[in-house]
Design a binder for this molecule. Structure first.
Ligand code: ADP
Ligand code: MG
Length: 729
């Protein structure tokens, strides 16, 4: 039996307060103490093994068996020193969560003695029984072998008493079954492509890393109230609930003071993050009541992705201790702001230069413009694919709803850079340029103001915005694994840079000077990608019209948007750069469709169950009270007076009947549609049916339920209400 609303409040009232965390004075005291980082490696590993790992991280070299053995031994002694008893490969299967299979460090020798055992083979490879992870047909269940293999570029860490080793997860036949594998490949591809282009400007640039700084939004709700909401429990969002009298209209939550209880949770979360080497920096309230944000300092992309996955994991664990539940869903409450996860992205060189930061002289500014314009061009050419990379059942609620970046992909760059691009378009001649014209151009570029850095020219309604020294991909969902968007973004930009280099080299071959060739190609990109640039209000209706006029797509639902992933163009892109092969792409497409279907299917079932088991019985119970009351009135009053005194109540009785009837009827219809959809074998057809035939019932049923919530005696209502979920401090 689920806990009823009144019991939930009883629990809250009688619960012991959580003792605050004993304080630590400096973040640096605890930072990275649970991570097998370079400092720990140096201490616990022979020099040659340490150097082998560093070279694997920095140059992508392989670690040989002998070295791996030394690393394993070092890692084990470090972990045991810290009290770890078990180890696990930590990986990111396509379910969207992280997976672990714990093994003890000890083993038995032949004579049955217990020995501490953890050697290279266990470090390098594990075989989790992978049959229950989604694989989109790549691996039949009888061939239940998937391998997880160590990713040395993300350091091992300890959670509780377990040493966690970040790994990739691939099938027996070598296909990626996780998010990390293609990401690592994409990062490798952009490194090479960007270095090649950097050679035009600076021969010392030999390595380019993609950087990611995510901003994680989330809601906190009291765990007792959460437990009394089966919909939150099973789907991560509320499927019913009337808007509270006071919502976010007063804007009093944003940057408001954080309650002690929440602060207590945040402090503990931050301490844990710091120990795990996640450089969390900012915390604040978000727009909606009980909504918050947490953001770290940016890091190398792969590490940042792991850290975000880790954060989402530990958040929930720590919240439990504080009687909170963390909601990572993109839209846990209807008509209340949803949650996103801004992905701040840039490229950084071994020479310490941020390639998306305007430089101080014409040369570095041309380099900046090259990467800036190529990114715009890449997004223009692959907007559909980028849209597909953020598609999920839960993010569908957010994209295009009036508080989140729309499903239409566009780029905001601010007025100053718009002016720079306009000038370039005007001044760069397509024909031969005179020396004076070239000098003039270079001077002009040299003046790109440095004030761009503290850019106040912000547009919060754009899904993809340039913010001074990085692009901010804002349409990513709060529950998403950032790998998806980052694999796509890095791959499309890499592809674009390769294309760019080809075009520039071709012009140089024909006799153009280098700078002139670069200018000309950039100019052509400015012209051809103009459509994707939009500086106005992305939430407005006018933009929807304008975008349609420009031919930009507005794909609102996941099943349709995923088409872009399996298009000819996308397959060519991913396969030619060896980020994913065709089977992997097809498998992913199928898995994402299946995930979509399952999510909507579960929601539909929960709506049916709650309607029939909670809402209707409560409505009928209250109706009975009204019926008895009116019957009593009939005894008391004359027939003539009765009509006057009991009229309103009789209307209420009728309203309840009619709403109950509508609910039951639509639950039945929805169930019928579900039965039909469940018979479908093609995943796309099935996902479309769930999207267009089943999901529309949600709103119809919800409307009636929410009206009943307003009508029925508060003490009868079993589900905690929005005002309680959102405002219980
Ligand atoms: P907001 O978007 O909330 O106004 P900011 O614009 O300050 O906040 O963005 C902060 C985020 O941008 C942080 O997560 C930060 O780490 C990240 N960031 C800053 N510089 C870079 C960079 N070069 N590459 C990637 N992320 C970056
Ligand atoms: Mg931001």
């Amino acid at each position: 039996m689920s806990v009823s609303r009144t019991r939930a409040f009883d629990e809250i009232i009688h619960r012991e307060p959580v003792a605050p965390l004993s304080s630590y004075s400096k973040s640096s005291e605890i930072f990275g103490t649970k991570v097998f980082n370079r400092r720990a490696m140096r201490e616990f590993m022979p020099k040659e093994a340490f150097e082998s790992v560093v070279s694997a991280i920095e140059q992508g070299t392989t670690i040989n068996r002998k070295m791996a053995d030394m690393v394993a031994t070092g890692m084990k002694s470090w972990a045991m020193n810290k009290g770890a008893t078990h180890y696990t490969h930590w990986f990111q299967p396509l379910t969207g969560t992280t997976a672990e299979k714990h093994d003890a460090f000890f083993d038995m020798d032949i004579s049955g003695n217990v020995i501490e055992n953890f050697e290279a083979d266990k470090l390098v490879q594990q075989e989790p029984d992978a049959s229950s992870f989604p694989n989109g047909g790549i691996r039949n269940t009888f061939e239940a072998r998937g391998y997880s293999a160590w990713d040395p570029s993300s350091p091992a860490f300890i959670i509780g008493k377990t040493l966690c080793i970040p790994t990739v997860f691939v099938s027996y036949t070598g296909e990626a079954l996780d998010y990390k594998t293609p990401l690592l490949k994409a990062l490798n591809v952009i490194d090479k492509a960007a270095v090649d282009v950097c050679q035009y400007f600076d021969k010392n640039i030999l390595k380019v890393i993609a950087t990611l700084g995510w901003e994680q939004e989330y809601f906190l709700v009291d765990s007792a109230l959460y437990n009394a909401r089966p919909d939150l429990n099973m789907t991560g969002r509320t499927l019913f609930g009337h808007t509270p009298a006071k919502g976010q209209q007063l804007d009093d939550h944003y940057f408001g003071s954080i309650s002690d209880r929440v602060l207590n949770f945040m402090r503990e979360l931050e301490a844990e993050c710091l120990m795990l080497g996640i450089p969390v920096k900012t915390r604040h309230n978000e727009v909606a009541p009980n909504q918050f944000e947490c953001a770290p300092i940016f890091e190398e992309c792969n590490l940042a992705v792991d850290h975000n996955q880790l954060l989402m994991d530990i958040m929930s664990k720590i919240a439990d201790r504080h009687y909170f539940k963390v909601l990572l869903h993109e839209k846990p409450f209807a008509k209340v702001n949803g949650s996103g996860k801004h992905n701040n992205w840039s490229l950084s060189t071994n020479t310490g230069v941020n390639l998306l930061s305007p430089g101080k002289n014409p040369k570095t500014n041309l380099q900046f413009l090259t990467f800036f314009i190529n990114t715009i061009k890449a997004v223009h050419e692959n907007a559909d694919l980028l849209r597909a990379s953020i598609a999920s059942a839960s993010n569908d609620h957010r994209l295009g709803a009036n508080e989140a970046p729309p499903a239409i992909m566009s780029i905001f760059i601010g007025s100053q850079l718009t002016q720079v691009l306009n000038e370039l378009e005007e001044k760069v001649k397509t024909g031969k340029m005179s020396p004076d014209e070239k000098t003039d151009l270079k001077l002009g570029i040299g003046k790109i103001p440095e004030i761009l850095l503290d850019n106040t020219d912000r547009n919060r309604t754009s899904p993809f915005a340039f913010t001074g020294n990085k692009f901010e991909f804002r349409a990513v969902g709060s529950s998403a694994n950032c790998s998806l968007s980052m694999t796509t973004l890095n791959t499309i930009v890499a592809n674009q840079l390769i294309e760019f280099k080809k075009e520039v080299d071709a012009l140089i071959e024909k006799g153009s000077g280098k700078d002139e060739a670069i200018f000309k190609v950039l100019r052509s990109y400015i012209v051809s990608s103009k459509n994707i640039r939009f500086e106005g209000n992305g939430y407005g209706e006018e933009w929807v019209k304008e975008a349609a006029h420009r031919g930009l797509k507005n794909i609102k639902t996941t099943p349709e948007s995923l088409d872009a992933l399996v298009s000819k163009k996308s397959k060519k892109l991913f396969t030619s750069l060896h980020v994913m092969n065709e089977r992997e792409i097809e498998a992913r497409h199928e898995i994402y469709l299946e995930m979509y279907t399952k999510k909507i299917q579960i929601e539909s079932r929960v709506i049916g169950d709650l309607s029939l088991n909670h809402i209707v019985p409560v409505a009928l119970r209250y109706q009975k009270v009204l019926v008895e009351n009116t019957r009593g009135m009939k005894e008391l009053f004359s027939a003539k007076d009765f009509q006057t005194v009991a009229g309103t109540q009789m209307e209420m009785i009728k309203t309840i009947s009619s709403r109950v009837a509508t609910i039951i009827l639509n639950v039945e219809k929805m169930t019928e549609e579900r039965k039909k959809a469940n018979l479908m074998e093609d995943p796309k057809e099935q996902a479309l049916a769930y999207c267009h035939k089943i999901k529309p019932f949600f709103e119809i049923i919800r409307y009636e339920v929410d009206k009943l919530e307003l009508l029925i005696d508060d003490t009868y209502w079993t589900l905690p209400k929005y005002r309680e979920l959102l405002f219980t401090k």
